[in-house]
Design a protein around this ligand. Structure first.
Ligand SMILES: Cc1cc2nc3c(=O)[nH]c(=O)nc-3n(C[C@H](O)[C@H](O)[C@H](O)COP(=O)(O)OP(=O)(O)OC[C@H]3O[C@@H](n4cnc5c(N)ncnc54)[C@H](O)[C@@H]3O)c2cc1C
Length: 404
């Protein structure tokens, strides 16, 4: 088998990159380990992705947004950040961001399905499912990939979109720094007794972090970060106990909470690869940066990277240069790192601050929130980053479950 571009991983990043390369006349092959049915009709995985306005614009441009059912989009209007027992939150409003909402919440499985459908209709793309890519080596044509079914593929350019634990990245000799936070995030869709008014909550308790993401109707995604064993226990207690415990954790602020559907547990591991590119290979999506979900930036950054890489490839093609040359890939790496490094570092600081239960850290975070609440330019910078109208590193940390 031969192709111009081989994309390994048909998750949201791999699929969106295939869409972003549409119209370039490239022969693209996508490979994924999962069977076709689970890619075409992905199961609900509990993740409610908080998309910024900039991400929405990319998804529109690549024809994925249009395939999302409008009913599946939930408005993220404002955000409230609580610290400990304090009843007065820092409030970030859509008005601070100069938009009618801060962002939009969409379930991950809806994004995956929309992206799959868009790629299924795309000329020049072939998808191989139920097969893993096990090896990669440089070859005369670019790179040769070895597949689990014994076949091999010659590709001019290989894209690693195979998750934060990317085997392809490793096979290409790229190392990564990983940080296991020792905590897990439990996600559960819950029905609420009272209206959330489309406000996302972030609540930094001293022994846990809670977030509440407002979904359409009186529903929300409860996002509970705890030491792994406690999170595991909560994911397994019977439904009545879960409802009682979770209502208590959220201090009855929106009345009784009732579980709807499955609970999902995610151990929290951050990944920062040493490089994003090698000869004839580039990593995208979580393979390029595995963010802690506290910042809700994983897929948003994935889309930023896809936009940058496809733009660099288009510019190279316009100049009559090969899209797979190292200079093109390095330009992508440079720009992606500029976008992701401040967020990665800010996330690490927020996680560190909210993991530390010593008194100075408690005082620091309480004072930080008080000051931030009073300083309009700070709130506006946070809101503008969400709405895509400004640049402030790491703000979604404030509206999304932390891995304290
Ligand atoms: C709890 C949680 C909440 C989150 N919330 C947000 C949020 O609010 N906002 C946000 O922007 N992001 C969020 N994210 C991050 C977001 O979900 C990820 O960034 C995104 O799903 C990553 O997509 P991906 O395609 O890079 O990787 P994945 O979704 O991991 O897909 C990788 C694909 O590669 C395939 N694969 C792996 N190895 C191979 C191989 N060797 N051969 C073939 N195929 C292979 C797999 O089968 C899979 O389909 C959250 C993440 C978590 C865990």
């Amino acid at each position: 088998m031969k192709c111009d571009v081989a994309i390994v991983g048909a998750g949201p990043a791999g699929l969106c990159l295939a869409r972003a390369l549409d119209g370039m006349g490239l022969d693209i092959r996508l490979f994924d380990a999962s069977p076709q049915e689970s890619l075409a009709c992905p199961a609900e995985d509990g993740r409610e992705i908080a998309l910024t306005h900039a991400s929405q614009a990319v998804l529109e441009r690549i024809g994925v947004w249009q395939r999302l059912d409008p009913e599946s989009l939930s408005e993220l209007r404002d955000a409230a950040v609580f610290d400990g027992e304090s009843a007065r939150p820092m409030r970030i409003t859509h008005a601070d961001g100069g938009h009618e909402r801060l962002g939009t919440l969409v379930s991950n499985h809806h994004i995956r399905r929309a992206a799959w459908e868009a790629v299924a209709d795309q000329k020049g793309v072939e998808v191989d499912t139920g097969v893993t890519v096990d090896t990669t080596e440089l070859s005369a044509a670019g790179r040769r990939l070895g597949l689990s079914d014994g076949r091999s593929v010659e590709a001019g350019l290989v894209i690693a979109a195979d998750s934060r634990f990317s085997g392809l990245r490793r096979a290409a000799g790229i190392g990564a720094r990983m940080r296991d936070f020792g905590r897990s995030m439990l996600l559960a869709r819950v029905a609420l007794e009272q209206d959330h008014e489309h406000v996302a909550w972030e609540w930094f308790g001293y022994d846990r972090t809670l977030a509440l993401l407002p979904l359409n109707g009186r529903r929300a995604s409860a996002v509970i970060t705890l030491p792994h064993e406690q999170a595991r226990r909560l994911s397994q207690v019977d439904e009545a106990d879960f409802n009682r415990e979770v209502t208590g954790m959220y201090r009855d602020r929106l009345g009784a909470m009732r579980l709807e559907g499955q609970r999902h547990l995610y151990p929290l591991v951050g990944v920062w690869p040493d490089r994003l590119v090698a000869e004839r290979l580039a990593a995208v999506g979580d393979a390029a940066v595995g963010m802690h979900p506290v910042t809700a930036h994983g897929f948003n950054l994935g889309l930023t990277g896809i936009d940058i890489l496809s733009g660099e490839m288009q510019r190279a093609a316009g100049r009559g240069q090969p899209v797979s040359q190292l200079a093109v890939l390095k330009a992508y790496q440079r720009r992606h790192r500029l976008a992701s490094l401040p967020l990665y570092l800010a996330t690490a600081s927020v996680v560190g601050l909210y993991t530390d239960d010593r008194l100075p850290a408690r005082i620091l975070r309480r004072s930080a929130l008080r000051v931030a609440n009073r300083v309009a330019p700070f709130r506006q910078a946070v809101a503008r980053q969400l709405t895509g109208k400004g640049g402030f590193p790491g703000p979604l940390a404030l509206v999304r479950g932390s891995g304290q």
